[in-house]
Design a protein around this ligand. Structure first.
Ligand SMILES: [Zn+2]
Length: 253
């Protein structure tokens, strides 16, 4: 296990911001969780998950506090200034130093958000339900930095090559599009699948559209597909029973 096995956010923010996604490499879990599963709720052996979390903590400077979430595909945002018991939410933000905000994913889109001056960070777990229910909008509205001073990195999610959805998912986003140009832009996020009535959805493009509408223009990332790359990533769509990657961000003191 080395830091090289993690994927660090590629963005232009203050160097005191640390943000990365773990890969499935370098841990001790066995199939179907092999090997670096960091989630306790997926059926993996609890001791192995604890060992994997300990391996990750050893790689990072001390002392860091960790705040964990119970994710429910909703739009609640946890605002934390010190670590406490697990909270039910799908996004977390902090202005505290050395407090790790993290979400777990295996296909859903992780969004890392930072004030470019390094004073505030957030992380979001967004599948299509979270995107539709406004988890991005809710998180940005709670940040004290203006949208023009925020940067966003889109971490590894299932790509449009593999994320097939029914027409009702597309309809749900189209119904929320408030102008003819947004309707067109939203339609472009859904390409007809080879299966009748189905669409290949682009979570990255949907997120970019929402971020742009909020006035955020510093957006990077969005170049992985968790389903395509089974060496690096867990994928719920591909494997069903599988592990989770951890998406962590903190302000280094
Ligand atoms: Zn793919």
């Amino acid at each position: 296990m080395t830091l090289k096995q993690q994927i660090f956010a590629d963005w232009d923010v203050s160097p005191n911001i640390v943000a990365f996604t773990t890969t499935r490499l370098g841990g001790v879990s066995e199939l179907p969780f092999a090997s670096f599963n960091l989630a306790t709720h997926v059926g993996d052996d609890a001791h192995r998950v604890a060992s994997n979390r300990a391996l990750l903590k050893e790689l990072l400077p001390q002392p860091l506090e960790w705040q964990w979430l119970d994710q429910v595909h909703g739009d609640d945002v946890a605002m934390v200034n010190k670590a406490g018991p697990t909270l039910i939410a799908d996004a977390m933000l902090t202005t505290s130093e050395n407090l790790v905000c993290c979400v777990q994913t295996a296909d859903c889109l992780p969004l890392f958000i930072a004030a470019v001056d390094g004073t505030e960070v957030a992380v979001i777990h967004a599948g299509w339900k979270g995107l539709a229910s406004g988890v991005i909008e809710n998180t940005i509205s709670r940040m004290s930095s203006s949208p023009s001073s925020l940067a966003v990195y889109l971490g590894p999610a299932i790509g449009p090559c593999h994320f097939e959805v029914g027409g009702q998912v597309r309809d749900c986003f189209l119904a929320a599009a408030e102008s003819p140009s947004l309707v067109l832009a939203t339609q472009a996020c859904f390409v007809c699948s080879k299966n009748p009535g189905k669409f290949m959805a682009d979570l990255y493009a949907i997120a970019r559209l929402k971020l742009s509408a909020l006035g955020i223009d510093k957006i990077s990332g969005g170049d992985f597909c968790t389903h395509c790359d089974d060496d690096k990533f867990f994928s719920y769509r591909r494997d069903g029973v599988t592990g989770r990657m951890l998406n962590a961000i903190y302000i280094e003191a």
